[in-house]
Design a binder for this molecule. Structure first.
Ligand SMILES: [Zn+2]
Length: 364
């Protein structure tokens, strides 16, 4: 064994791994979509495993309440409000100097995700909202890239590996064409729930072990794909609840079987084309950003959202609108939310900050 592979000896002992698998890993690029709880656990493990290039995209800075579960960051990062992608890069350089890390501080959206994914062999989900997950799923199916979905909230978690049928000649192409392609995320979850109906880590909390379990599942799946062990990739949706002692695996994808999935069957990439999802407009001179759903519906239960937000500051609501004052670290925001999901986030004129506040406190 060559000396540069010595540190990976224990994982190279696994069946189907070996020196060849390790060399494939070292020659691979993984795009980490977000570097919060899932992303920081995954990035740490993938760097240790020797994935040669990690591209980390995240829009947030480290805060004290992140440290309970976001294992790459420390108190100094939080005190200095270092961007998560930058803090991750610094930390990972001390973990494995054989791995190159590209840190990108940005809000992932339909105008930039293709650029950031250029050269990537796999997409690893560390996102905090379903809209950007659909965007990643669109990109995965369009480009033929494996996409490892993961999500954790409260004591629960879910994960699923998407292997699209179309590929661009990646190492796993032969296996995928041999019938190993899977349903996509929209086969499993056809439409996003209305805004305000999904719990978020900032409204119902999250336990670090649920995050770590999901992220470690994602890492195992990523290592299988990148070492060429596609036949070992899970075919089921992992669903766990550590507080209720449940670990279940579901076979999903009715829309895949019936052939009417808008994404992987009809190849309508609504999120990647910017036709679905939300748009952000900075409201000049008001230190505020308006977020508008492209497909508006009267679906938001303002009373339920108000109930969840009362712990963060004063909330007033009626049938037409909700207004909540939120204290987030040392920042104050005012969220005004309408029944069709339109929102005005006051306290910032930066679209990515407004999206982050919306994802945390309203949920999507
Ligand atoms: Zn699909």
């Amino acid at each position: 064994m060559s000396p540069d592979l010595a540190r990976y000896h224990r994982q190279m002992l696994l069946p189907g791994f070996g020196e060849e698998g390790q060399r494939r890993l070292l020659g691979s690029t993984a795009l980490l979509l977000g570097c919060g709880a899932l992303g920081s656990v995954a990035a740490d493990m993938l760097a240790r495993a020797g994935v040669g290039h990690l591209v980390i995209v995240d829009r947030d800075v480290v805060e004290l309440t992140n440290l309970q579960r976001q294992v790459l960051f420390d108190e100094d990062d939080a005190a200095r409000a270092v961007p998560k992608a930058v803090a991750a890069k610094r930390r990972l350089a001390t973990v494995n100097s054989q791995v190159r890390v590209t840190a990108i501080v940005d809000d992932l959206n339909h105008t930039n995700i293709e650029r950031y994914a250029a050269g990537a062999d796999i997409l690893v989900d560390g996102l905090d909202n379903i809209e950007t997950r659909y965007l990643a799923n669109d990109l995965a199916v369009k480009m033929g890239l494996p996409y490892i979905y993961g999500a954790a909230i409260g004591s629960t978690g879910m994960a699923f590996s998407v292997l699209p049928h179309t590929t661009l000649g990646k190492p796993w192409e032969t296996a995928a064409k041999g019938g190993l392609a899977t349903p996509c995320l929209r086969c499993l979850f056809a439409e996003a729930p209305p805004p305000g109906t999904s719990p978020t880590c900032d409204t119902v909390g999250v336990i670090s072990s649920a995050v770590a379990m999901v992220a470690n599942f994602q890492v195992a799946e990523t290592l299988k794909v990148l070492t060429g062990n596609v036949d070992r990739v899970s075919r089921t949706l992992l669903n766990l609840d550590l507080w209720e002692n449940e670990i279940l695996q579901f076979k999903g994808g009715d829309a895949y079987d019936s052939g009417d999935c808008p994404c992987c069957k009809l190849r309508h990439f609504e999120y990647l084309d910017g036709r679905a999802g939300s748009s952000a407009t900075t409201l000049c001179g008001r230190n505020a950003v308006q977020l508008r759903q492209r497909q508006e519906e009267q679906g938001v239960d303002l009373g339920a959202v108000a109930g969840r937000l009362r712990g963060y500051g004063p909330v007033t609501s009626n049938e037409f609108m909700l207004r909540a004052q939120i204290t987030d670290g040392d920042r104050n925001y005012e969220i005004t939310l309408f029944p069709n999901g339109r929102a005005i986030i006051k306290g910032t004129d930066v679209a990515s900050v407004a999206r982050a506040v919306y994802a945390r406190y309203v949920g999507s």
